[in-house]
Design a binder for this molecule. Structure first.
Ligand code: GLV
Length: 389
């Protein structure tokens, strides 16, 4: 067993253990994957200021996200098909998050159901919803989330249509996998995954099958999205969701200041600056570069969070420094899960926390609440640019 010291180690192990079509599903972006790559790369462009001779004892990374106490400003992002990265994947991830002290968000397109998560963790979690054509089905799903004691609803706004992901099309992504020769050969190299799947009944979309009319089997995610997701989604629909739900509402997929203002006007408690992990509009800027203007515009009215590209605790700190009061992690969780199940997600969270905590100390802070953009070096410094421009 390799020694795991960072998120990349978990990614490498996940790539070995998870069937190709599911690994690729998570670890890809749309079209050229430019935005997907920029999400990560743009974090590296931000440089930190090292401070010394500052008392670094008794540090805290604790805060709240929509009123929920969190051990660090991180929550688990909703990720479709998580239960295909590892048998009962959503249950494992939710347990790891609850034990660590951060929120878990269950995707509409999950394998384990809302009820599975409620039963497995006994703790409140968040539920993510897409705007679907069938409003009765949506209302029922919102009601199920309420019964399961979800304490926030995440409405994703950037998937009225689905971004083309070449790998999914080439891999013939289906859940469960279709027995083509290529799939069978690939599955034969993943005995651990197969064994896990043989031991669970949860192999299709738990929130939908048996709950949404006409869904008995999920062949193609893209085809289902095209049929069911509502391309007419507009702000009155957001208000409708807010009214149906009545609790904390988080709007995910905001990349522009105008939309951030509209989100605040239409009752969002928090927004997530997000390009869907580079999976939707390829060519959009990275989330971290879109963040500052949005914080400036609405940060005093609602909580602004971000996701996309977070692979270390340093990235969490940089996002915080630029005004994000919370983050969501998708792939870092998926890598941990694919690598080692619940223990892998727990390991990912420990890694992120340690990197966040130690980096904060190097920057001369002991309490994340006091960290602001002064920990970052300005991008252009004449005395440096003279030599390095
Ligand atoms: C769904 O949310 C996806 O990005 O595949």
């Amino acid at each position: 067993m390799p020694v795991i010291t960072n998120i990349e180690d978990l990614r490498v192990l996940a790539e070995k253990r998870v069937p190709r079509m599911f690994y690729d599903y998570a670890d890809s972006g749309s079209w050229t994957e430019g935005t997907y790559r920029d999400n990560e790369a743009d974090f590296h462009r931000l440089k930190l200021r090292q401070r010394v001779a500052v008392n670094m004892e008794n540090r805290s990374t604790a805060t709240t996200m929509v009123g929920v106490p969190v051990k660090m400003p991180v929550s688990i992002a909703p990720v479709g098909l998580t239960g295909m990265q590892h048998a009962d994947g959503e249950i494992h991830a939710a347990r790891a998050a609850a034990k660590f002290g951060i929120p878990f968000t269950l995707s509409t397109m999950s394998i384990c159901s809302i009820e599975d998560i409620a039963a497995a963790t006994g703790q409140p979690f968040w539920f993510q919803l897409y705007m679907m054509r069938d409003r009765d089905a949506m209302a029922r799903m919102i009601e199920r989330a309420r019964v399961a004691r979800c304490n926030a609803l995440v409405l994703t706004l950037d998937l009225q249509v689905i971004g083309q992901r070449h790998k999914d099309l080439k891999n013939g992504l289906t859940a469960p996998p279709r027995p083509t020769l290529r799939n069978i050969l690939n599955l034969m190299t993943k005995p651990r995954w197969c064994l896990g799947m043989a031991g669970t009944k949860r192999r299709t979309f738990g929130n939908l099958v048996g709950h949404v009319k006409g869904v008995s089997d999920m062949s193609s995610l893209a085809a289902w999205t095209n049929e069911q997701f509502d391309p007419r989604l507009s702000w009155p629909d957001v208000e409708w969701v807010k009214k149906q739900w009545g609790g904390k509402l988080i709007l995910k997929g905001i990349m522009e200041v105008e939309d951030a203002r509209l989100a605040a006007d239409h009752g969002a408690d928090a927004i997530v600056v997000s390009n869907h992990g580079g999976r939707q509009l390829d060519g959009a800027p990275s989330s971290i570069t879109a963040l500052p203007a949005i914080v400036e515009a609405v940060g005093s009215r609602i909580e602004v969070w971000m996701d996309g590209g977070i692979r270390s605790g340093q990235d969490v700190l940089k996002a915080w420094a630029l005004g994000a009061r919370g983050t969501m992690i998708g792939r870092a969780m998926v890598y941990g899960l694919g690598a080692m199940g619940e223990a892998g997600v727990a390991r990912a969270l420990q890694i992120l926390h340690k990197e966040l905590d130690v980096t904060m100390a190097f920057c001369g802070h002991t309490d994340i609440q006091r960290v602001d953009s002064s920990i970052l070096l300005p991008p252009h410094r004449p005395e440096v640019d003279r030599y390095f421009a």
